[in-house]
Design a protein around this ligand. Structure first.
Ligand SMILES: [Zn+2]
Length: 147
């Protein structure tokens, strides 16, 4: 994907400050950090969305993000907490369409906010009805449990 900035980083033709790499993923710093140490884990192989992401790469992304969160906490950077954030789709605030999991170091008063306008709390019947819809689709897509 020549027009993908993350693929250029993977190929080595785009600049990035990396803290980790292996056969499946890269760990790099976000160029517009919420706070110092704001990192991202990206797959080497282009995947615009979660639906396109190979599950082995997905597992590795999670593992590296979990480890990166521990490393940021031990790095001496200001970090009282961590948010992991993944935007899948423009409506979910995805800006670069190459999957990336943010590892965001947080501290109280850092100015980062998630504003949530919750829907009215649904009844158990409604929750069960929605769960059944998702279960049907899940079982249609993945007939067997993960192992
Ligand atoms: Zn890409």
């Amino acid at each position: 994907m020549d027009d993908c900035p993350s693929c250029r980083i993977v190929k080595g033709t785009g600049a990035a400050s990396a803290f980790y790499e292996d056969d499946l993923v890269l760990g790099i710093l976000d160029i517009s950090p919420v706070n110092p140490g704001h990192a991202m884990v990206i797959p080497r192989r282009h995947a615009a969305s979660l639906a396109e992401l190979d599950e082995d790469a997905g597992r590795r992304i999670w593992t590296v993000a979990q480890r990166a969160a521990a490393a940021v906490r031990q790095s001496g950077l200001r970090c009282e907490g961590v948010n992991l954030f993944l935007a899948d789709g423009a409506a979910a605030y995805q800006d670069v369409f190459h999957v990336h999991l943010h590892v965001i170091p947080r501290y109280s008063g850092d100015g980062f906010h998630l504003r949530v306008d919750y829907d009215p709390r649904p009844s158990r019947v409604e929750l069960d009805r929605v769960a059944a819809r998702i279960r049907e689709a899940y079982e249609r897509l993945w007939a067997f449990p993960t192992g």
